[in-house]
Design a protein. Structure first.
Length: 205
C-alpha cells in the first residue's frame, strides 16, 4: 500500500546494505581492497516524473521505518536504505543487504521473491478494508538476475495506489527497489522501472 509522505497513505519500500570487511592474509601487494558498501541509485536514475524532479535522502544503515509492505519482515538489521520522493505523491525506496556468502544472498533473494509473489493475498489478510491485485513482470537478465512485480491496492475509503517492486542480486549483495504513486496498473511505469532496476543491480558488487 502506498502511503503519502503527509501520512495519508503507505507503500512499499525497499532493502538495505551492510558490508563485511575481509581480513587480508596475503601480502599487501596481492591483497584485494575492500570495495566499500555498494552504491545506491541516484535520483535521476528513477522512472522520470512528468512534472517534478526526484530528490533523495542519505544512505542510512538499518531497516527502513516503517518497514516496506510484504518484504519488510525478511529484511535483516544489516540492511541499508535510501528514500526518494518528488514534489507530488510519488515515492521510491531502495534497500540493500550484503550477506556473508553468495549462498546466503541467494536464499535471501528467494525469500523476498516468495514474499512478493504472495503480496496481494498478505495485504488483504492484514487489511480487511483493502482489495489488492498483483502482476509479475518477469525476470531481468542482469548479474544473478532481477524480478519485477506490481501491486495495486484499493481501500474502501477510495484510495487507489500502484506500487512496483523488484528484487535483484549480484554475488552476495541483494537489493530491493520500490516505486509507488496514486493510480492503477495503467499508471505503472513498468518499462522505466525495469531500466531503473537494471541500473540498481549494476551498481552492486
Amino acid at each position: 500500500m502506498y502511503v503519502h509522505n503527509r501520512g495519508v497513505r503507505a507503500t512499499v519500500t525497499a532493502l538495505a546494505t551492510g558490508a563485511a570487511v575481509a581480513v587480508a592474509t596475503v601480502p599487501a601487494t596481492a591483497a584485494t581492497p575492500d570495495p566499500g558498501p555498494p552504491s545506491f541509485l541516484e535520483p535521476a536514475e528513477l522512472p522520470p516524473h512528468p512534472t517534478s524532479d526526484w530528490y533523495a535522502g542519505p544512505v542510512t544503515a538499518g531497516q527502513p521505518d516503517p518497514l516496506p509492505m510484504c518484504v519488510g519482515e525478511a529484511l535483516p538489521s544489516t540492511a541499508s536504505h535510501r528514500r526518494y520522493w518528488t514534489e507530488y505523491d510519488t515515492g521510491a525506496l531502495q534497500v540493500t543487504v550484503v550477506e556473508r556468502s553468495e549462498r546466503r544472498a541467494g536464499r535471501l533473494a528467494a525469500l523476498l521473491r516468495e514474499d512478493l509473489a504472495g503480496c496481494a493475498r498478505k495485504v488483504m489478510e492484514r487489511y480487511p478494508d483493502v482489495t489488492a491485485t498483483q502482476k509479475y513482470y518477469g525476470r531481468l537478465n542482469v548479474e544473478e538476475g532481477a524480478h519485477v512485480y506490481g501491486v495495486h491496492t484499493v481501500a474502501e475509503w477510495g484510495a487507489s495506489d500502484i506500487g512496483l517492486f523488484s528484487v535483484g542480486r549480484d554475488g552476495r549483495t541483494v537489493t530491493v527497489v520500490q516505486w509507488g504513486q496514486m493510480g492503477t496498473f495503467a499508471h505503472a511505469q513498468v518499462a522505466d522501472f525495469r531500466a531503473t532496476t537494471v541500473k540498481a543491480v549494476n551498481k552492486l558488487y
